[in-house]
Design a protein. Structure first.
Ligand SMILES: Cc1ncc(COP(=O)(O)O)c(C=O)c1O
Length: 399
């Protein structure tokens, strides 16, 4: 997968020795800039914008998020708790399948509770009725699957054949619609406006008979709205037309767009070697700190990296050094890089665009330490260590 982000922004002038290694560093100024773009889309289109906690839930930045967005969307009980403890605004919760014991608290904490199938809504009707009888106020939504794949990678495409995510739109009936207040769909991943428009074209014909009957429609995430070349004017026009056509309040819930290019992962080269090409072992692990590098897979951009040198292919891949993590996993390889300076143990480097879907996915496999978390403000140059992790964090997850 080609990542379409990786703009160093103000990190180009950040001294990597100001933080521990490894460390995530988030730039509050860049976060605010992204949030301003999202708030502008919301204000001018009339749509509500929720930040997806699954992508970026560094809750020390919750007050900044709350200044700009209408709320957050969560993926189950623990994120809903985090949202109610730290974040402002509305909470929309969607989970592919709820556990009966979790549902009462989810209903209490969330404004929208979105189910993956009408069967779940039906099965949990008694709990929903009890919560309402206790005076709790929430809407029930249904995630639909518009059966229109637009994804580059099937693993990241909720509309891929036989996907479990969302109720197939061609199975929707009047009876299903009477059970719900709103419709949800999430079908995109790092995409432009055109795939959203094509998806809605497909969904329109199925949903039109019920226009005026559902209170809201939530178009999920995957909109790369804060990327410089995203078609924001088209999106704004589309969202306001959608509200007019359907008579529903429109929501979007971007995750990645909130934190795009707002964070780096700083690491250190620990050792160098040669096995048919130059090798470097680092204290940053793909499998423990950036699992999407292996899962997607993708190659994270590096701060200041040089372009491949076609003259140097004998020395390896374009004169590059292959960097990998300290774990025992043979596949713990990050990628091949031409480093900005000659490599030697102790040298610092940073991978770009690591605020989203990395910090939320770290593990301590092999006892590899977790990166500490820092908040920098590139406007004021203030730098704060938010959290350091210790041996006990590793130990206490194992029991
Ligand atoms: C239901 C739902 N909403 C929102 C998002 C956020 O998507 P993104 O971070 O790509 O904007 C996701 C991501 O998987 C999702 O599954």
């Amino acid at each position: 997968m080609e990542t379409r982000a990786g703009d160093p922004g103000a990190f180009a002038r950040f001294d990597l020795h100001r933080v521990d290694s490894p460390a995530f560093v988030v730039d509050a100024a860049k976060l605010r800039a992204n949030l301003r773009v999202l708030a502008d889309v919301g204000e001018r289109s009339g749509a509500k914008v929720l930040g997806a906690l699954k992508a970026f839930s560094m809750w020390s930045t919750a007050p900044i998020v709350g200044e700009y967005l209408d709320g957050v969307c969560t993926s189950g009980l623990w994120e809903a708790r985090l949202a109610s403890e730290f974040y402002d605004g509305e909470i929309a919760t969607y989970c592919a399948a709820y556990k009966a014991e979790d549902l009462p608290e989810i209903l209490r904490l969330s404004d929208h509770v979105i189910f993956n199938s009408p069967q779940q809504v039906e099965r949990f009707q008694p709990r929903i009725a009890t919560a309402r009888a206790q005076g709790q106020i929430f809407d029930i939504g249904l995630r639909i699957n518009p059966l229109h794949p637009e994804g580059e990678v099937p693993r990241y495409d909720p509309c891929a054949p036989h996907s479990r995510l969302g109720f197939p739109i061609d199975q929707l009936t009047d009876e299903h619609m009477t059970m719900i207040d709103g419709i949800h769909m999430h079908t995109l991943c790092e995409q432009d406006f055109a795939p959203l428009a094509r998806t809605w074209d497909k969904a329109f014909d199925y949903l039109e008979p019920w226009f005026g009957e559902f209170k809201w429609i939530n178009l999920g995430g995957g909109h790369h709205i804060t990327r410089a070349d995203y078609q924001r004017e088209e999106l704004i026009g589309f969202l306001s037309d959608l509200a007019e056509d359907t008579g529903a309040e429109v929501y979007i819930e971007p995750g990645e767009a909130v934190a795009l290019d707002a964070g780096i992962l700083v690491g250190t080269i620990l050792d160098l070697g040669w096995n048919g090409m130059p090798l470097g072992i680092t204290d940053v692990s793909a499998t423990c700190h950036m699992p999407d590098v292996i899962e997607a897979p993708y190659r994270p951009a590096m701060l200041g990296e040089l372009p491949p040198d076609p003259e140097a292919v004998d020395e390896g891949e374009g004169g590059a050094i292959r960097l990998g993590g300290p774990s025992c996993l043979a596949g713990d390889v990050i990628g091949d890089y031409r480093l900005p300076e000659s490599s030697e143990p102790g040298m610092r480097f940073a991978f770009l665009d690591q605020a989203h879907y990395s910090m939320v996915k770290t593990t301590t496999f092999n006892g590899v330490p977790l990166p500490s978390i820092w908040l920098w403000d590139s406007e004021s140059d203030s730098l704060e260590c938010i959290r350091r992790f210790a041996y006990e964090d590793f130990r206490d997850r194992l029991g």
